[in-house]
Design a protein around this ligand. Structure first.
Ligand SMILES: Nc1ncnc2c1ncn2[C@@H]1O[C@H](COP(=O)(O)OP(=O)(O)OP(=O)(O)O)[C@@H](O)[C@H]1O
Ligand SMILES: [Mg+2]
Length: 198
């Protein structure tokens, strides 16, 4: 399984989503090889892994600094049941494309706000017609008109999206640099994604 988390927009939880999904995959698959490919020169996923090691809570999967040459090789080295999660950078269209090109599933996290949802359309243009993908609504505030309107906007355009919403929670920034605690939200996201890939 190769999952790319992409959005041309910055700060939409690409790295957080990648780390939590890899952690949830580990909880379900104790013996699988699980790798995060950090394609972002900001190095956030790599830094998270290094800090977690320093904090005595090493992440239960590999985090590799990667690039366009190494990514296809890493993808080809996987065995069935293994998982590669790609943390893509914002803005860099060639790296975003490289991530999408090797992925079986593309996750596009987006805030429920007009300016951000516009970037989803831009990101979607990089996908082939038969690419499995889903938009993940993040920083959601339940019961708001903004959330309702965002769901309606995606649904009316037949944009595939996760039913699971990632709400605004302090837990995520607080766990930066530590091994994530088990998370029901990302467990649900993983379950939805696995079902879509069957
Ligand atoms: N559900 C959430 N609720 C509140 N804060 C969150 C949530 N998810 C992530 N964050 C925080 O939001 C910030 C941006 O998240 P993150 O770094 O994962 O985004 P990104 O898309 O990878 O950013 P970049 O484009 O810079 O790579 C971080 O401080 C992170 O801890
Ligand atoms: Mg990031």
């Amino acid at each position: 399984m190769i999952v790319a988390t992409v959005n041309t927009k910055g700060g939409v939880t690409k790295t957080t989503t990648t780390i939590y999904l890899a952690n949830e995959y580990r909880l379900r698959n104790p013996d699988a090889r699980i790798v995060i490919a950090d394609l972002d020169k900001q190095g956030s996923a790599s830094e998270w892994a290094d800090l977690a090691t320093d904090n005595g809570q090493p992440l239960p999967f590999e985090v590799q600094v990667s690039n366009v040459k190494r990514l296809p090789r890493l993808a080809a080295d996987l065995n069935p049941g293994d998982a590669l999660f790609i943390d893509a950078p914002p803005s860099d269209s060639s790296l975003i494309q490289a991530a999408i090109d090797v992925a079986n599933f593309v996750i596009i996290p987006s805030r429920p706000a007009g300016m951000d949802t516009a970037r989803v359309w831009e990101t979607l243009r990089a996908l082939e017609d038969d690419q499995l993908y889903a938009v993940l609504i993040v920083f959601a505030r339940l019961g708001t008109n903004l959330l309702r309107d965002t769901k309606t906007a995606f649904d009316s355009e037949n944009i595939s999206r996760f039913d699971t919403l990632v709400t605004l929670k302090e837990k995520y920034p607080q766990e930066y640099g530590f091994r994530p605690t088990p998370d029901t939200t990302y467990s649900d996201v993983l379950a939805e994604m696995m079902e879509a890939m069957q």
